[in-house]
Design a protein around this ligand. Structure first.
Ligand code: PLP
Length: 354
């Protein structure tokens, strides 16, 4: 038995769409894809009349190096949101299969499953957002195909160590794929689950340039898994997922200068996160600041809804996460620049004395 036995048989047998660019590359007179031979008359329009490379080599190789993976084990997607969707579509039969999630967690796992007609099983996290691996495994049913673990978790900010992930992946072998969402890994300093892809065939790791690489607008996500899983996802990804200006932006971010700036920004966020964790905790009206390994803080307030409105009235938008189980008194505040964070603190101090 291999991980492919867990996938949908109809997707394994699917004849994928074959695009013009896939069937023939090279040439100087390109009359095979019904593109315009003339570029659009817009700023930066040069080359935009052509369909983009489906998986540009330079970007695939750059991301493979960044994440410590082999290029053949990596697919670049329109944000990791698309990778989540592709995994659910490839592994879950509508009306039959299920995914398992640990709320409170990122909302897209459940949304993608529902769009696909897959069942959503839940195994809630413990009190401080802690994941109990034995309890999670006990919630796996024979129809569970994907087990999502968000590490660090959004919106609680807690991390999951590599030994726990290895234990889960090993225990799930031949039963389900462990999907480790590492959208916030850069802020946590823990070892990536990418190394597990060498050890077992039922792990998929999601990474993104949206958070720590300042490129949310470019929609560049990555899924890393065994070649056979990546080949399966290639069958169902839309033909030209990566707009060329987005690829150029990503290549710029991965350049030497881009990496230098990224390290600088990352350090700034870590410093500000430490400062905000202490300063928020000392404010009246704040019950608790959950320790965070990401670029946000989940903060419990005596009165979360009044606090939300007060911040909003001052032009500061934070995330109301009171609908999540166990977080009925909490707001999620992204770590901003020093100035932005000072404004948050000023509004909360003024509110406390009002
Ligand atoms: C923001 C976020 C994503 C989405 O990332 P994109 O690459 O922008 O699609 C995925 N997972 C988690 C947990 C997130 O918080």
């Amino acid at each position: 038995m291999t991980v492919l036995d867990l996938a949908r048989a109809d997707i394994r047998a699917l004849v994928p769409y074959s695009s013009a660019r896939m069937e023939a590359s090279g040439g100087t007179v390109l009359l095979n894809a019904n593109e315009s031979s003339r570029p659009p008359n817009v700023p930066g329009g040069e080359g935009l009349n052509r369909y983009p490379d489906p998986q540009p080599r330079a970007l695939v190789n750059g991301l493979a190096e960044l994440y410590g993976s082999d290029p053949s084990r990596l697919l670049v997607t329109r944000g990791s949101d698309e990778a989540i969707d592709l995994l659910v579509r490839a592994f879950c039969r509508a009306g039959q299969d299920a995914i398992l999630i640990s709320p409170p967690t990122f909302g897209m796992y459940a949304v993608c499953a529902r769009i696909q007609g897959a069942q959503v099983l839940e195994c809630p996290l413990g009190d401080a957002g802690t994941l109990d691996p034995a309890r999670l495994l006990a919630a796996v049913t024979p129809h569970t195909r994907l087990v999502f673990v968000c590490a660090p978790n959004n919106p609680t900010g807690n991390r999951v160590d590599i030994d726990t992930l290895r234990y889960l992946a090993t225990a799930l072998a031949d039963r389900a794929v462990l999907v480790v969402d590492e959208a916030y890994a850069e802020f946590s300093g823990v070892e990536s689950a990418v190394t597990l892809v060498d050890e077992v065939d039922n792990v998929a790791v999601l990474r993104t340039l949206s958070k720590a690489w300042s490129l949310a607008g470019a929609r560049i996500g990555t899924v890393i898994a065994r070649d056979e899983v990546i080949d399966l996802l290639r069958r169902i990804i839309p033909p030209y997922p990566l707009p060329s200006p987005c690829v150029d932006a990503a290549l710029g971010a991965l350049s030497e200068e881009g990496r230098r700036l990224q390290r600088h920004h990352l350090q700034e966020i870590l410093t500000e996160r430490a400062r905000m964790t202490v300063e928020l905790a000392n404010l009246p009206g704040v019950r608790e600041v959950l320790p965070s390994h990401a670029n946000f803080l989940a903060v419990r307030f005596d009165d979360a809804s009044t606090t939300y409105r007060r911040l909003y009235a001052a032009g500061i938008v934070v995330r109301d996460i009171t609908k999540y189980p166990g977080l009925g008194d909490a707001l999620r505040i992204t770590v901003g620049t020093g100035n932005e964070n000072d404004r948050v603190l000023a509004v909360l101090r003024a509110g406390a004395s009002a």
